[in-house]
Design a protein around this ligand. Sequence first.
Ligand SMILES: Nc1ncnc2c1ncn2[C@@H]1O[C@H](COP(=O)(O)OP(=O)(O)OP(=O)(O)O)[C@@H](O)[C@H]1O
Length: 365
Amino acid sequence: MQIQSLSIQNFRNLQPLRLHFSPQLNIIYGDNAAGKTSILESLFILGHGRSFRTSRHSKLIHHEQDSFTLYGELNAYNVLHRLGIQRFRNNDVKMRLDQEPLTKLSDLVALAPIQVLAPEHYELLTKGPSGRRKLLDWGVFHVEHSFLKRWQSCHRLILQRNKLLKTSRNYQELSVWDQQLVPLSEQVSHYRQQYIDLLTPLFKQIAGKFLPEVKLSLAFYQGWQGNDLAALLKEQYNKDKRLGYTQSTIQKADIKIMSGKKLAADYLSRGQQKLVTTALKLAQLSLAQQRGQQYPVFLLDDIGAELDEKHQRMLLDFLAQQPENQQIFITCVHLDPLKSLLNRYNNAKLFHVEHGAVTAIEASK
Ligand SMILES: Nc1ncnc2c1ncn2[C@@H]1O[C@H](COP(=O)(O)OP(=O)(O)OP(=O)(O)O)[C@@H](O)[C@H]1O
């Protein structure tokens, strides 16, 4: 997938603008607080309907305005699509795809795979499992679109079960729900496990280059112990009732990132943890390419801020070896470290951002 152009209105500090992108490499540079990440954020919203920096949409709207509007031209499966998203302070959202109203976020996500690696993600290992689960589910969804429907049904059933737990007098009253919940949960877990199995060799290969000193691997925790979820739900009924929620669900799933037999988060330095996150995201990108899916657009925020020079070079070398139709966006304060990457592309585009205004610069200059 490639983003051909983007118009932005009333988004964070950005002045109204329209940008035409390179199908390969785009570099957005400028001083701190110029608005570089805001551009990446708006690109991310085209494929996710939400930001990667905040869950509060109102923060994205320019201080003095009531709504922001994004309008993107996307090339998906060699077809040009026009996507418009408008978000209001009261949380209303209007989305249109090719002139038609778009009501399902999943259609947007399926159309436009967009992946981001930003400083926010470098705490992926130490924070709770929800970030890792999001990363996993985004990947699973792009391998297997039918995953989402099952995932949503499962969440609905868990919600209903939790409500019923409070009023139920014995397990029998819940067992009908569990007859539906158990097979659905097992299917969701099966897809997740399959994805981890596909991702692991690529992750090991990439992590092995970035961190040759540690032996990393991935393990999948499905959200409960053992293989008999039906028996577990029955056995845990009294405790679930006391707690007011179901303990063993797909909502507890996690990717365990291991260093040998230990959890990587407990033993690796902060720098090493950043490299593990980088390797995970790059492995997801490689997996999509390997499977002949639509290549996700890859957004890399603030390359200079988090990695040392040696690993920055390794990351840039990795990006320099990407296939031709892989679109990449990178933000940075200094252009110098990116010169060798720029030299590899004859159609790279540079954008200079200053106080929310963006100027396209010829890459040859
Ligand atoms: N809703 C908003 N309305 C107006 N301005 C905003 C809004 N939200 C954030 N800003 C401002 O937008 C500016 C740009 O922020 P952004 O994070 O995009 O900068 P950046 O160029 O990526 O900076 P850095 O290099 O420091 O990461 C900041 O000064 C921020 O305070």
